[in-house]
Design a protein around this ligand. Sequence first.
Ligand code: NAP
Length: 310
Amino acid sequence: MSPLRVAIVGFGKIARDQHVPAIATTEGVELVAIASRNASLPGVPHAATLDELLHDGPEIDAVALCTPPQVRHAQAAMALAAGKHVMLEKPPGATVAEITPLVTAARAAQRTLFATWHSRFASAVDPARQLLAGRKVISVKITWKEDVRVWHPGQAWIFEAGGLGVFDPGINALSILTRILPQPLFVTSADLAFPANRDAPIAANLALSDAEGLKITAELDFLQTGPQSWDIDLDTNGGPVTLSMGGARLRAGGAQLVDAADAEYAGLYRRFRELTATGESDVDLAPMQLVADAFLLGRRRTVEPFEDVP
Ligand code: NAP
């Protein structure tokens, strides 16, 4: 089978840190172009915009949209209309409903729409799902606290409307949660802290539940200095289970069951390759719906202004 010729659109942090190396090490996938207004990669054909790429660039089969969520819908619609498979970085868009017409367009064009949730491809997530399938979960505590100045330096879009603020990393926790617990979950309360000078929250405390009344809490914070936390602690009838390091480590019964290096993006590209072979789509909006519902239900607090340099 000939390799899947991929163009990366938006050449920022995630494109450089993860997409380029993952494409380079995934069999059957090839980086053939980059569309970026400001950046390029030596030896790789470049266009300033997706439109220019589709008209004047090299032949491509697929695009990986690594732009911020606010501009992704228009790019995805354009790429599907041009007959390309589309990989969406997370979150899949700026709203929940904008994704449905993309699913319809992909189906009509017999092309793949892959709404990625990279954290679901972390090494310990599927083992955790299997472990929990045989247990009763009594409570869940998510602690997702990182330093926005370290992980998102100068990314103004993240605090603009539609940028999700602290839910940009927080949605990763929700993507894992909705993978390891198969039952429908819903938000029961949310407290959102908005900096006075920004349009997206910098911290959030959520409560979630399921049909059985499961107690789930999530503490999300973007101002965590010192040790960073990307942890999900579950109390189960078989004892405590902890997923840490964003899903890379799994601990249960006093033993470290999984502790494996990051393989998330290689997994994403293997899955994209698999999907494009048949033109099937993979779109799960459950994590995005929970975030949207937190905004719907959330009590809003205004906190001190956020500046990139304290
Ligand atoms: P970033 O460093 O700000 O890069 C985003 C790129 O998108 C920019 O380099 C820019 O590319 C392009 N862009 C920005 N605004 C645009 C606009 N208005 N129109 C068209 N293009 C625009 O952000 P990032 O960290 O790579 O994040 C991108 C996406 O990946 C986000 O949805 C994020 O949640 C997700 N993600 C990020 C991380 C992470 O650790 N950073 C991890 C996983 C997922 P050009 O200047 O090249 O045009």
